[in-house]
Design a binder for this molecule. Sequence first.
Ligand SMILES: NC(=O)c1ccc[n+]([C@@H]2O[C@H](COP(=O)([O-])OP(=O)(O)OC[C@H]3O[C@@H](n4cnc5c(N)ncnc54)[C@H](OP(=O)(O)O)[C@@H]3O)[C@@H](O)[C@H]2O)c1
Length: 271
Amino acid sequence: MERPTALITGATAGIGHEFARVLAGRGHDLVLVARDLDRLTTVAEALRRAHGVRVEVLPADLSERDQVERVADRMRRPDQPVEVLVNNAGYGLRRHFVTGEIAAEEKVLAVLVTAVMVLSRAAVDGMVARRRGTIVNVSSVASFISTTSYAAAKSWVTVFTSALDVELAGTGVTATAVCPGFVHTEFHQRMGVRGRVAPEWAMLSAERVVAEGLADAARGRVVSIPSRRYSALVALLRHLPLRAAARVNRRLGRSPRWEQVPATGPSDGAA
Ligand SMILES: NC(=O)c1ccc[n+]([C@@H]2O[C@H](COP(=O)([O-])OP(=O)(O)OC[C@H]3O[C@@H](n4cnc5c(N)ncnc54)[C@H](OP(=O)(O)O)[C@@H]3O)[C@@H](O)[C@H]2O)c1
């Protein structure tokens, strides 16, 4: 029998790499997307060797529309259908919107939002026709907090995924937004945050995020918030009166993590 195929963006590090590892372990062939070809090749070879699955590499910068289109073309190939799409690639800017550069904002929005939209659209035609498929969009707990343009982009991902799930009802295709809190990955390092980003009790492992995210996707849950502590936090945030929520947002928005850094610093997330 043909093995199912999963396409994962941002598959060379952190959460995306863990999705690749777990799905390969469950017998999926893989299509791995990221920018760094050397790293893609190394990760692909390790996964082939460990799990005996087929692994394609598809180098693409998802901030570039034509490169997103190449990935969308792969999604649409009828001869090697993709049954699981994981829209995971992403990064954050360590700058306030009001003092940052609009070009950097447009670039990150293209990765966090446009690529997710284009690839989800490319996925659904084939999935609906086959009456099976899984779309996992990696969002964030930040999508429930109104600070930073990153949180705004992740809010789009969470709401978009919920809207997609509504439209897909009864088709056999599911859409799940996985919303992690702080996770041990390269994310904050790439942003230029030095030292600890949060106390250890607030940090999750990529293993846990992916295990809970995939379990929730298999149950057809539309929003997955890994760990009880972050589920409780989100429940609390969603039930705050508007004025109290605004106070929380102002407090979080003043966090020193978002301090201004020199424009030439490593904080454009382009890594
Ligand atoms: N870590 C956290 O605390 C946290 C919390 C909540 C949500 N998230 C979300 O989780 C997702 C994964 O983040 P992570 O923490 O695993 O980060 P990570 O360890 O920095 O990995 C990011 C991955 O995305 C790829 N990538 C980055 N920019 C890209 C681009 N323009 N085009 C294509 N690929 C790109 C990177 O590879 P290349 O550099 O080779 O392209 C890498 O494979 C992101 O959407 C992030 O917003 C993270």
